[in-house]
Design a protein around this ligand. Sequence first.
Ligand code: UGA
Length: 445
Amino acid sequence: MAVIAQKCPGIKVTVVDMNEQRIAAWNDPNLDNLPIYEPGLKEVVAEARGRNLFFSTDVEDAIDAAEMVFISVNTPTKTYGIGKGMAADLKYVELCARQIARVAKSDKIVVEKSTLPVRTAQSIRTILNAEGKDLNFQVLSNPEFLAEGTAVQDLHKPDRVLIGGGQDEAGQRALNALADIYAGWVDRDRILTTNVWSSELSKLTANAFLAQRVSSINAISALCEKSGADVDEIARAIGMDSRIGPKFLKSSVGFGGSCFQKDILNLVYIAQSYGLTEVADYWEQVIKMNDYQKRRFAENIVQKLFNTVSGKKIAMLGWAFKKDTNDTRESAAIYVADYLLNEQAELWVYDPKVKAEQIYADLDYLNTRSEDENRRLVKVVNDPYEAMDDAHAVAVLTEWDEFKTYDWQKVFEGMKKPAFVFDGRNVSNGRMLGTIGFHYQGIGK
Ligand code: UGA
């Protein structure tokens, strides 16, 4: 929304949320206090805020005044009832639709920005029309393809913008109204229009394909470690085939983030609910492979440290699910830490952007051990050298650039011997670390 406001000064954008604290943070005069860390975002907010970008808790006023309403609430995996652990929980989307239906006094174009199961637009339309008002509601699907850490860049120069809408005249008019907004800075030939169902399902499909690439290369990484092949060399070799392409082939300790797992589970659930068992099983394997990769990384640490990490200090570099974000949702680091804590390791965590309370909250959420125990066994520090000092091993969980620039000679001297580095992101120079004296293990090496 901030980028729309930046690029279209003639459009008034109001971002509303019930959460007062969050809105206050978005309105904070100090732009370093915005609730999300994202490169380039504070510059965008600085340009548009107060001009045509506003943040408010007055949800009803904003709905009343708007011609177009974007529903951008979260759709987490259900934690109860039918579809528990798989289906998307649509209660927040439904609440938005009900609120719009109740408050609206004029025609509205309602845009699904949240990631939703295919055919959700049908439910939204039914709810909007149920109040029996003599108003025209159009429902569009406009999934978001930005990735965290590069969000602003992705929005400024999107590969494509996808808009799904009704095929009748009113539907096409609504669709064109939204396309015109994006055309303010995106080439028309990159604005793709489809029917609503294709648009909804494209979003889940895109994330499923992306995650599948990571799981595919990670599956090969396990084979590399057994056979002497190098997964980065393989990625380069296959990526030069233009049909495969070089992107998204970076082997890792496993993908994380709030989307991939949730969206694939949702896809699996949808396939199952249509009775398409083979389709469901096929996509579920992407998640299984990812779980295997995280477990394999942690198991390898225990095994290499002479089959016990009990009471041993292990430094974890990185907690975010990828670099350049402070987001930790579904981060591989959480699961690796949990595994090592079950083996009674003593963990010292350093991440340049993630706060200690977030790290403890992530561990507490798993409910594997008491909150006291998590705080006793895990220390979060602001200095990476303190984390690594006197440690038996260093585990790299996020690919932060700064990890490449550490004084590894100094780190080696301060560590217990033999000193191990387990690089879950292949960011370090393994050969150089080996020369210093480390026992180095990258992914797929
Ligand atoms: C992902 C998609 O890339 C976006 O297109 C989509 O809009 C977004 O989900 C969403 O649905 O909101 P995001 O989760 O922010 O974006 O980040 P990605 O760059 O896709 O990374 C996801 C995970 O895969 C990270 O843990 C990353 O480290 C891992 N990854 C990615 C790899 O391990 N290897 C790769 O080659 C690429």
